[in-house]
Structures are given as structure tokens and as C-alpha cells.
Design a protein around this ligand. Sequence first.
Ligand code: KG4
Ligand code: ZN
Length: 348
Amino acid sequence: MHQQTIYILGIESSCDDTSAAVIKNDRILSNIVASQDIHKKYGGVVPELASRSHSANIIPVVDAALKEANITKNDLTAIAFTRGPGLLGSLLVGTSFAKGMSIGLKIPLLDVHHMKAHILAHFIDGSNIVNASTKPQFPFLCLTISGGHTQIVLVKNYDKMEVIGETIDDAAGEAFDKVAKLIGLPYPGGPEVDRLAQQGNPDAFSFPHPQVKNYDFSFSGLKTSVLYFLKKQLEKNSQFIEVNKNDLCASFQKTVVDILMQKMIKASMDYGIKHIALAGGVSANSSIRKAMLNEGEKYGWNVYIPKLEYCTDNAAMIAIAGYFNYLSGKTMPPSFGATARWEIGSND
Ligand code: KG4
Ligand code: ZN
């Protein structure tokens, strides 16, 4: 690979985290994330408030990332940023900032696909929890689970990726957040469900598994069945949720993890691929991480699970994705702008 020292500033602003990171080749020097607490009050992300927070946060966050990396902006080789998919107003803040900075510094601009970046986080030096220096071997299958996406991706190389299955309705993270809301937990609900589930019985209640073709997923029926189950139980006992909170979280979480793992096992068998990775915000979930390790042992997989700081939205993954774009000479034409919708396999 390249011998030259490359410094890339990564910028992430696709949803409700403003993040900036600096990498030196594939090594992270800094990774600053400013989460936006303002959305908690509304129980979900309010797009307009997200854009405004990004505008307020982006300069201090980039400044902090450069300081922590102990470099100045003049040391940068290129700037990578999330061009999509995500909330358009939020993406525009990062895109405009990155464009301005690259023009000012006269350095290349690298546009990054947010979901591809979640996957490429595996190539950050030391990112793997099982064996820090191990990187996924191509081709591998990646279960990419976040607040907006649930996909099984066939990763052929750093750039060529094919979605072989995805959700036909809600994303896994969305299901966590919606069910958490039904139970009265604050936004984002995923980490809260995970925390309470650790004290609950995963077999206390059983929820139906959807019947969906091939490697696709569906989570909206599960959410509705939890809703009806709770309504029925609350008619009999108004304290039902309070008394059973931990068991409800554990049982719901087990159902989601089982659904995800069944499809992953099927995909691995059908494709004959045993290099299996996990990516996206929901991959921070302790139960899915455990299930990947257990199933991995059972089926002889090489399992790749990123450290927690590279699971939820962060700019380190944007910087590493930008690094591979840079190595292959894939810089962004000035005519390109932010794009809210951007399929993984589409022509860039
Ligand atoms: O990748 P991400 O940070 O943002 C998107 O690109 O969507 O994922 C955010 C999602 C949220 O739905 C959040 O509830 C979920 O990831 N999440 C979790 C956990 N940590 C974050 N879900 C379950 N268990 C967790 N520990
Ligand atoms: Zn994400």
C-alpha cells in the first residue's frame, strides 16, 4: 500500500451527531462527537433543529479534532465528508463546510456514503474487538443495522458493495426506538432497552417473527404486536409496564436479535461466505454482539465486530472511507452536492 503519510479530516453530519475526526493513513488521531440532546425533548430527531445544531457545532468540533490530533489544517492532505444518505438540511451543513475548507486549503474533497462508511470502519487500525489487528477479508457479508437502515451487504472490495437484503419497512434501530417509546423510555431508546434488558428475562414474553422473503427484514409488525400486547395487558393491570419493564426489553431485544441472526446465517450458507461483519449504531447492542460471537463459533465464522466508538455515528468512519477514495484517486467533482437518498449499489 501507499508509503506516503496521508492526513484526512473526516466530517459527519447526516443525522443528529456532529462529528469530526483526523486519521493518519488508517490510524485514528482524533474522533470528536457532539451529540444533540435537544431532540430528547421531542422523542425523536427534529430535522430543522438538527441542522441548526450542526451549524453551531461544526467549527468547535473540527477545531477540537485538529487540536487533539496535534496537527493544523495546513497539514491536511484531503477532506472527507458524508454526502448522503441522511437528512438533507443536516448533510448540507457538513457538505458546505467541507467544500469551503477544501477550496480554502486547495486540497481534494472526498465524498463518502454514510452506510459504506459504517462498513469501512472495520478497516480502522485496531477497530476489531475480537482481534484488534484483524481486518475483514473480501468478500465478506456485513449486517448493517442503524436507525435508518437494516441491510445485509455483500462487500466485494473497499468500493464495490451489493445490498442482498434489507428491511421492507422499519429499520432495526427504529424498532428499538419505537418500542422504547411505548415502554416510556427516553430517545434514543436503543441503548436504554439494551441496558434494562440486561436485568430481564428474554423468554418472559414471546413476540412473532415476520415471514419475509430471502434476506429481507420487516420490523413494523413486531412493533405493532408489542403495542397490542401492551394495550391488552394494561387493561388488566395498569402497572404492567412498570412491573415488567426489564422482561419486556429483554424479550423484545431477543426477538430482534433472533430475526437478524437467522437471516445472517441463511445468507452465509447460501453465499458460502464465512467472513461476517457487524456495523451501524445497533451493532453497539450487547446482545447482538454476543449472538454474533456465539453463532460465529458454531458456524466457524471469522467474526468482525467494531469497537463501540465506531458503531454509532462518528467521523472516524468517514475519514477511513475517504482514505480509500483518496488512494484510488476518487475525489469529488465540484458540481456534486449533498444527497438525502443514495443507494449503496448505485452509480456515484
Ligand atoms: O448508526 P447510527 O448511530 O445512526 C444512524 O445512521 O441511524 O444508529 C442509531 C441507532 C438508533 O436507533 C439507536 O437507538 C440505535 O442505533 N442504538 C442501539 C444501541 N445503541 C444505539 N440499539 C440497540 N442497542 C444499543 N446498545
Ligand atoms: Zn449511521
